[in-house]
Design a protein around this ligand. Structure first.
Ligand SMILES: Nc1ncnc2c1ncn2[C@@H]1O[C@H](COP(=O)(O)OP(=O)(O)O)[C@@H](O)[C@H]1O
Ligand SMILES: N[C@@H](CC(=O)OP(=O)(O)O)C(=O)O
Length: 451
């Protein structure tokens, strides 16, 4: 049995849903179908999830919601009409959408999560209706009924292990298709909580593990995972195969096509993942597989960049002899609930790299003040303009001179790294640059290894 996930880009209009349905029906093993909310039909369009966020904010601000509800419903109506569904068939979707503000939510975070989740919840209902209308045996299965339990924050939840016991009890008839909404689960008290954005990939992986699937197929709008972001490098090569850990490093570091957290259930279940193109299903796409016996095709598998970082640089002589130096810094960060991304250090220097999502100006000042007072460094510098380039490849372990090749090629183009970090993982190398140089660095490294 296969679990198949279709991203919002594959379900944005009637014609793309038709392509998705053809894919499902062409293989009887494709029994469990995870759907995202309708995505963008063209680059200026708005994803249904973002329309729902607007709807939730209007409700929270007691504003008029007629226009946004009509806009959201129109997205489902367009798809329903394409398949000949009537207004009466679609009434249930409208009713649920209109009733959302009337439900009880513990607080505004839960309200936001429930509104967001309805992008996928209504889409799964719609697709089950379409299949039933076509006379195909199919069932809409909700996380509540399946027991997909989550804990953590309402808009950044984590799967609870109990879910796997519950999913094991779900009976699937041999000839039926299950249509399951991605992106959310149910908290122990029965409320909706979503995963982080892009989280339908996580639902697909949870179901693949929970239902012991032979394969998790993840359908998107491109021919698998490219070796670099196609918005930076023109027509990058598709990666034919890669390991779980390569994908985890690359997705965490910017390959938004597949969610980094979705690798974990697949790894635990040792389920291979195939990222494929809904618009070109015959293309083999990318296989993501276990590390055991893996033979890489290239020295590096992918290169990516992220620009939402800042860094704190500290210099102090004899730092290496001072026991508890990093502990005291970490205690300050812990008190302010600020995680750090990386902490490369030298004999007298340390750089702490932060994700800007966890910071604001007040926090930066407080952290710097406390570090200055507690640690008394000789030099303290806050660097706003920080990007990280990540180069990943199982092939890097066995090949000599990869770092030199990378650094030489950057140097030839006048890019001098602010930080180099290699060692924590044998299959990756991290380079800090100025934000304005990040895309150029990705292009240079890509050309060095792929052209
Ligand atoms: N390395 C990469 N490989 C493939 N696609 C990438 C990569 N980096 C960024 N992308 C972008 O990710 C998009 C697909 O991700 P997303 O829009 O989240 O898909 P979906 O809606 O199917 O979940 C692609 O259209 C592509 O522009
Ligand atoms: N619809 C949600 C969850 C998701 O996974 O979407 P997509 O499969 O289109 O990336 C979002 O936009 O974040």
């Amino acid at each position: 049995m296969k679990v198949v996930k279709f991203g919002g880009s594959s379900l944005a209009s009637g014609s793309s849903v038709e392509q998705a349905l053809n894919i499902i029906l062409s293989d009887p093993q494709r029994q469990v179908i995870v759907v995202s909310a309708p995505g963008k039909r063209e680059s200026n369009d708005i994803k249904v999830t973002d329309l729902l966020i607007k709807y939730a904010n209007q409700v929270l601000n007691s504003e008029d919601t007629n226009e946004i509800v009509t806009k959201i419903f129109a997205r489902y109506q367009e798809i329903g009409y394409y398949f000949g569904l009537s207004d009466q068939d679609l009434q249930i979707i409208k009713d649920i959408l209109i009733a959302l503000p009337k439900q009880k939510y513990p607080n505004s975070d839960y309200l936001m999560a429930a509104f967001k989740a309805h992008g996928e919840r209504l889409n799964a209902r719609l697709i089950a209706l379409i299949l039933q209308h076509k006379g195909i045996k199919s069932r809409f299965l909700d996380p509540t009924e399946a027991g997909l339990i989550v804990t953590g924050k309402p808009n950044d939840a984590l799967v609870n292990p109990e879910s796997y016991l519950n999913l094991d009890q779900v009976k699937i008839a041999k000839d039926e298709r299950i249509i399951f909404p991605g992106f959310f689960g149910i908290t122990p008290s029965g409320h909706i909580a979503t995963f982080s954005r892009g989280g339908s990939d996580i639902t697909g992986a949870i179901l693949a593990r929970g239902f012991h699937a032979d394969l998790y197929e993840n359908f998107t709008d491109v021919n698998g995972i490219f070796a670099a972001n196609p918005n930076i490098v023109d027509h990058p090569e598709s990666i034919r195969k890669m390991t779980y850990r390569e994908m985890r490093e690359l997705s965490y570091a910017g390959f938004s096509v597949f969610h980094d957290e979705a690798l974990i259930p697949a790894i635990h279940g040792q389920i291979p993942i195939n990222v494929k193109n809904t618009h070109e299903p015959e293309n083999p796409g990318t296989m993501i597989v276990p590390e055991k016996n893996f033979e890489p095709d290239n020295t590096i598998t992918g290169v990516t960049s992220q620009k939402h970082f800042s860094a704190l640089y500290l210099h102090k002589y004899l730092l290496n002899k001072e026991a508890g130096f990093t502990l005291r810094i970490l205690q300050i960060l812990y008190r302010h609930n600020v995680p750090y991304e990386h902490m490369p250090s030298g004999i007298d220097d340390i750089t702490i790299i932060f994700n800007n999502d966890f910071l604001n100006d007040q926090l930066i000042d407080q952290i710097c003040n406390e570090i200055q007072a507690t640690i008394n460094p000789d030099q303290l510098e806050w660097i706003d303009d920080y990007a990280i380039i990540m180069i990943v490849g199982e092939g890097m372990k066995k090949t000599h001179g990869v770092s030199r090749q990378i650094l030489d090629s950057l140097d030839e183009q006048g890019i001098s790294p602010r930080m180099i970090n290699q060692g924590a993982s044998q299959i990756s190398m991290m380079i800090g640059t100025k934000k304005e140089k990040a895309d150029e660095a990705v292009k240079i490294i890509y050309q060095q290894f792929f052209n």
